[in-house]
Design a protein around this ligand. Structure first.
Ligand code: PXP
Length: 235
C-alpha cells in the first residue's frame, strides 16, 4: 500500500504568522526521504493554506508524484493544466467548512465530471474523484464512458467515529471500485490506529494522510528543538 502525505497544514502554520517558514517544500522533501510515495496538496479557493506558488514549486522540485486536490472549477482546472501534476483529485469545497467534510455528490455532476476526465486525459493528468463509501453514489460512475483513473474513498465518517458498519461500507465501496477496474485510494482523518485497520481492506492501494501526521510531528520534534534552543540561550 502506498502512502500519500498531505502537507497542507505545514502551510496553515506558515500562513498563521505570514512568515516564509515552515516551507511546504521542505516538509515534502522530509516526507519523501522518510518513505512517502507521493505528496498531496489541496489548493483551496480561499488559499487558506497551500498557495499557487507552493504548487508550482512542489511540482518543479519534488522527485515523487504530486497529487493536486482541487474543486471542479474553471479556475482550478486551468491551474492544474499549467502545473501538470501526476494526478488531480476533484473534491467538493465549501468556503465555510473546516476541512473537506464529505465526498462529491456525483448524482448531478456526471456531465461536469465526464468533461473534466476527457480534458485531463488529453493533457496526460490522471483524475481521482473523492467519494463517500456509498454504493448509490458510486453507481453513477457506470454511466461514464471514460472512467476516472482513481476513486478516493472519504474515510472521515469512519475515522471520526469508527464502527464495524462504517468499516463494511468502506470495504464494499473498495470492492465495487475494483470491479469497475479503477484504482482505489482512501483518505481523511486517518491516524496510525486507523491505518492499521484500513490496510486490511483488499483493493485499497494508497492512503492519503495529512492532519494526524503534521500533529504527531510536533510531538516527535518538540523535544529536540527545545533542547537546541535551551543550549543556545544558556551557553
Ligand atoms: N484526501 C482528501 C481528498 C482530502 O481532502 C484530505 C484533507 O485535505 C485528505 C485526504 C487528508 O485528510 P487528513 O488531513 O484528515 O489526513
Amino acid at each position: 500500500m502506498k502512502l500519500g502525505v498531505n502537507i497542507d497544514h505545514v502551510a496553515t502554520l506558515r500562513n498563521a504568522r505570514k512568515t516564509s517558514y515552515p516551507d511546504p517544500l521542505k516538509a515534502a522533501e522530509i516526507a519523501i526521504d522518510a518513505g512517502a510515495d507521493f505528496i498531496t496538496v489541496h489548493l483551496r479557493e480561499d488559499r487558506r493554506h497551500i498557495r499557487d506558488e507552493d504548487v508550482f514549486n512542489l511540482k518543479k522540485n519534488i522527485k515523487t508524484e504530486l497529487n493536486l486536490e482541487i474543486a471542479a472549477t474553471e479556475e482550478m482546472l486551468e491551474i492544474a493544466k499549467k502545473v501538470k501534476p501526476y494526478s488531480i483529485c476533484i473534491v467538493p469545497e465549501k468556503r465555510e467548512e473546516l476541512t473537506t467534510e464529505g465526498g462529491l455528490d456525483i448524482t448531478n455532476m456526471c456531465n461536469t465530471l465526464a468533461n473534466i476526465i476527457e480534458e485531463m486525459y488529453d493533457v496526460g493528468i490522471k483524475v481521482s474523484l473523492f467519494i463517500n463509501p456509498n454504493i448509490d453514489q458510486l453507481k453513477h460512475l457506470e454511466k461514464l464512458k471514460r472512467k476516472p483513473d482513481i476513486i478516493e474513498i472519504h474515510t472521515g465518517g469512519y475515522c471520526d467515529n469508527p464502527s464495524e458498519e462504517k468499516f463494511k461500507l468502506i470495504t464494499n465501496a473498495a470492492e465495487y471500485i475494483n470491479k469497475l477496474k479503477m484504482e482505489c485510494h482512501a483518505g481523511h482523518g486517518i491516524t496510525c490506529t486507523h491505518a492499521k485497520r484500513i490496510k486490511e481492506i483488499p483493493h485499497i492501494s494508497a492512503l492519503n494522510i495529512g492532519h494526524s501526521l503534521v500533529s504527531e510531528a510536533i510531538f516527535y520534534g518538540l523535544h529536540s528543538v527545545v533542547k537546541t534552543m535551551k543550549m543556545t540561550v544558556s551557553s
